[in-house]
Structures are given as structure tokens and as C-alpha cells.
Design a protein around this ligand. Structure first.
Ligand SMILES: [Zn+2]
Length: 270
């Protein structure tokens, strides 16, 4: 087994607090396209300016028409959680990972079984009324748009508000509660693991900096990130392979611990 992976497995098994931050790289293998980089949809297919908060406020009908197209491109081919999502859920089950903080809005961590989850940028499967806060499945809102009713309106009788995807749009502030919790977790963690995020988007990009001041920082990515210079562990490769390898290393360690305890018990009973 890879020495670095074994060392990290030891580190997280012994740690009091372990927080994971995930980005788009975790969901690539599930058919969700990346936003940034040369292949990213913002560079080639869509203009981020069309999806800004000020565009939504100025022209909600046009926003939703474009959003329908974006939604179909982003989520049309999604195949469900992949081995990286499942590995993180398993690390929670094993009592090793305390919380997953994600920049993704695809809901795949929850689907894979992660319970303690902070969705920093919201969840694309929900839409909310900007007036009364009523939550509606985004599919319902999109059906309205498909039927020519754009922008989709709130289903609550007497409410005249428009629906908005329950995600943080460009130019919109992060929900204070989610970011504050994520920051607190980063600060309190002995080990902070970043998976599949280029760490270029403020303010999520500042979490690893704060975490590295306090504890150990591990970065899992296929390529270089902005914060590699701060990392104590750099694991290169596809997260659908590297995270299952980490699970295996943790299980091997937990197995050794159980064996040791078993031997001690036998000795005591004898
Ligand atoms: Zn409403």
C-alpha cells in the first residue's frame, strides 16, 4: 500500500475532527460536467453572466429559460453517486469523517449516504419562492418553464413571488449559516481533506488556509491546485480510485487495532 495513504489513514483514524471539502472533481465521474478549466462549460458553452443574481432580478423569465438549458446540460446525463461519494459516506460510517462540506449542488453526497453534510452553494434539486420561502422541487419549476410559463411562480395561493433555484448564484452572498459552520469545522478539525476542488473560488478557497494553520491539510486532485504549497498530504489521481484506496487503508488500520484488542482480551481472560 502507498506509504502516504497509510500515513494519512493513521492520521485521520487517530484525529478528533476530520472535515472534507469537495468540489466539482468529485462529481465528474457521475456525468456532471466541470465549470472551470479548458473543458469547463463556462469557457465553452454558457456565459456565467446569464446566471448571475442581478440577471435573475432584472430578467427572471430569460434567466429561467437559460437555466433550463444549463440544467439539462449539467444534470441530463447524471448517473448517480460514484465510488468517491460512496467512499466518503463509508468514512463517515467508520467514524472517521465528521462532516462533508461541498461546493457541489448536485445532491450526490446525500444520495450516497453522507448524513452530516453542509451544501455551501445550496441544492439544485430545490427551488424557493423569493417572497415567502416556499420550497418546490426544481423539476416542477422547470416543467413550468418547458410549458412556456417563465418565470415559474410560487404555488402558494395569494403569493405573487417568483421561484429561484435554491443555489447560490454568482453575485449572491453565501448563506451565512452554512459558511460559518464550515469555517468552524475547518478551524476545529485536526485534518482537513480537500477533494476535487481547484480552490479558486472565494470564500471556499480560504477554508483550507485556515485549516492548515490549525491542523493537517490533505489535497486529493487529478492536477495542481492553488493551495498545494500548504498541503501536508498531496494525493494525485481520480477520486473514484484514491478515496476507495483511503477507505481500504483506514479499514486495514481499524482491523489491526481490533486484532490487537482481541489479543489483549485473550491475555486478560487467560
Ligand atoms: Zn411564495
Amino acid at each position: 500500500m502507498d506509504e502516504q495513504m497509510a500515513a494519512l489513514a493513521d492520521e485521520i483514524s487517530a484525529a478528533d475532527g476530520v472535515t472534507v471539502l469537495t468540489g466539482a472533481g468529485v462529481s465528474n465521474a457521475s456525468g456532471v460536467p466541470t465549470f472551470r478549466g479548458e473543458e469547463g462549460i463556462w469557457n465553452n458553452e454558457f456565459d456565467p453572466a446569464d446566471f448571475r443574481m442581478d440577471r435573475f432580478e432584472r430578467d427572471p423569465a430569460g434567466f429561467w429559460t437559460d437555466r433550463l438549458e444549463l440544467h439539462e446540460r449539467m444534470f441530463g446525463d447524471v448517473t448517480g453517486p460514484n465510488d468517491a461519494h460512496r467512499a466518503l459516506a463509508r468514512l463517515e460510517d467508520l467514524g472517521v469523517v465528521d462532516v462533508v462540506v461541498t461546493q457541489n449542488t448536485d445532491g450526490l453526497h446525500a444520495e450516497a449516504g453522507t448524513n452530516r453534510l453542509i451544501e455551501l452553494h445550496g441544492n439544485n434539486a430545490r427551488s424557493v419562492c423569493v417572497e415567502c420561502g416556499e420550497s418546490v422541487p426544481t423539476e416542477t419549476a422547470l416543467d413550468d418553464v418547458r410549458a412556456g410559463n417563465s418565470p415559474p411562480s410560487c404555488p402558494v395561493v395569494g403569493c405573487t413571488g417568483h421561484l429561484k433555484p435554491d443555489v447560490v448564484l454568482f453575485g449572491e452572498r453565501l448563506p451565512g449559516g452554512a459558511y460559518d459552520s464550515a469555517r468552524r469545522m475547518a478551524w476545529e478539525s485536526d485534518v482537513f481533506i480537500v477533494v476535487g476542488s481547484s480552490l479558486t473560488v472565494v470564500p471556499a478557497s480560504t477554508l483550507p488556509e485556515e485549516a492548515a494553520e490549525r491542523g493537517q491539510l490533505a489535497i486529493f486532485d487529478t492536477g495542481e491546485t492553488e493551495k498545494d504549497h500548504l498541503a501536508h498530504y498531496l494525493v494525485r489521481g481520480d477520486a473514484t480510485e484514491t478515496l476507495p484506496a483511503l477507505v481500504e487503508a483506514v479499514q486495514a488500520r481499524l482491523g489491526r487495532e481490533a486484532d490487537t484488542r482481541g489479543v489483549e482480551n485473550v491475555t486478560q481472560e487467560g
